[in-house]
Design a protein around this ligand. Structure first.
Ligand SMILES: NC(=O)c1ccc[n+]([C@@H]2O[C@H](COP(=O)([O-])OP(=O)(O)OC[C@H]3O[C@@H](n4cnc5c(N)ncnc54)[C@H](O)[C@@H]3O)[C@@H](O)[C@H]2O)c1
Length: 324
């Protein structure tokens, strides 16, 4: 199976490396609009690194990974579906519900498969909670609360396009997906409050922090917080915690604390789940893309798919509309 990667930034390069170890899969090429990203990818990747997705698709592919910025998934996704290529698309599927629906329609019309990269479904911590819920141990889910936030590093130094995204678009799709998956239900309504001004004063005109309250069709209440203004002195650039409360029990996950701490000039915690084994990064994103490729090779279905991604996009859009 020949896979192409659109966007050779942080995620595209990581996916390329992870796919290089999957049997019967060849990373046929990558592309990026930026000279710098192409040069960086060319240092690590032996295949062609092209300057447009059209040139990449002309190589003759079976599937593509779309790892462009949040707001730039639409055109490469539509062109891929129309060329009959299977898709893995980074979250959020799109940043407007109209664009998300166009991708859903293109996937359905062309009868291609699509996985939206909600990587936490490949995270052993959350898989364990899902299994506890399946066993009935927690009872019916009545409440999910989650924090997924970043320090200033992410909007100021990691993402060149943060002003065109927000903590709501970049982070909250993950926690909303987890809440829907764990409670096995879809959003019925969403409201939100947020804060703006701190990042704007630092030249990035987007929300500092978003708090959302989502009611699911099951009646479960979901409380989500995503912020981009945690101090850089925080132990890690990501703060990620989730609690699920059921009628018989509860579960609490702290992904920020993976049990590895260092004290040097400051205290820090580290993500053990991003260690390398045999030179290949490990962790949920790598396991997700490898699982996706193996499923495609075997002809098995993949998911969560474009329809689910569109529901998440619509809800995150509702959350932003409630902020304005
Ligand atoms: N799951 C996670 O934890 C996680 C983490 C980071 C990023 N992401 C998601 O992955 C996606 C990419 O993020 P990133 O951090 O790799 O960003 P990045 O800026 O490092 O890389 C994106 C690359 O896409 C390129 N690009 C833009 N438009 C393009 C186009 N039309 N064709 C080809 N290349 C194009 C840019 O030049 C850039 O090099 C985003 O949707 C983001 O939300 C997910």
């Amino acid at each position: 199976m020949r896979v192409g990667i659109v966007g050779s930034g942080l995620r595209g390069q990581m996916y390329g490396q992870a796919l290089s170890r999957v049997s019967d899969v060849e990373v046929a090429g990558m592309c990026d609009l930026s000279d710098r990203a192409r040069a960086s990818a060319a240092e690590r990747f032996v295949g062609p690194v092209l300057s447009s997705h059209q040139e990449l698709y002309a190589l003759g592919l079976d599937a593509v990974v779309i790892a462009t910025p949040d707001f730039a998934h639409l055109t490469p996704a539509l062109d891929a579906a129309n060329a009959g290529l299977h898709l893995m698309i980074e979250k959020p599927l799109a940043t407007t519900s109209a664009e998300a629906q166009q991708i859903v329609d293109a996937v359905n019309t062309n009868v291609v498969s699509c996985l939206v990269a909600f990587e936490n479904r490949w995270n052993p911590h959350f898989l364990k909670v899902r299994a506890l819920i399946d066993s009935g141990e927690l009872g019916d889910i009545v409440s999910v609360s989650a924090v997924l936030s970043n320090t200033y590093f992410v909007p100021e130094s990691m993402l060149s396009w943060s002003a065109k995204s927000s903590p709501g678009w970049f982070l909250m799709p993950h926690t909303l997906d987890l809440a829907m998956w764990l409670a096995d239900s879809a959003p019925a309504s969403a409201t939100a409050r947020g804060h703006k001004g701190i990042l704007a004063a630092r030249g990035i005109d987007t929300w500092d922090s978003v708090d959302a309250l989502v009611e699911l069709e099951s009646g479960a209440v979901v409380n989500l917080r995503s912020s981009w203004i945690l101090p850089t002195s925080s132990p890690h650039i990501v703060d990620f915690r989730l609690e699920v409360i059921g009628t018989k029990g509860s579960a609490r996950i702290d992904m920020s604390d993976q049990g590895l701490h260092t004290s040097t000039d400051r205290f820090a915690s580290h993500w053990a789940l991003s260690a390398q084994v045999d030179g290949i990064g490990q962790g949920m994103a790598e396991w997700m893309v490898q699982s996706w490729a193996r499923h495609l090779v075997a002809g098995d279905p993949v998911g969560p798919g474009a329809e689910h991604g569109a529901v998440i996009t619509k809800t995150i859009e509702d959350i932003h509309n409630a902020l304005d």
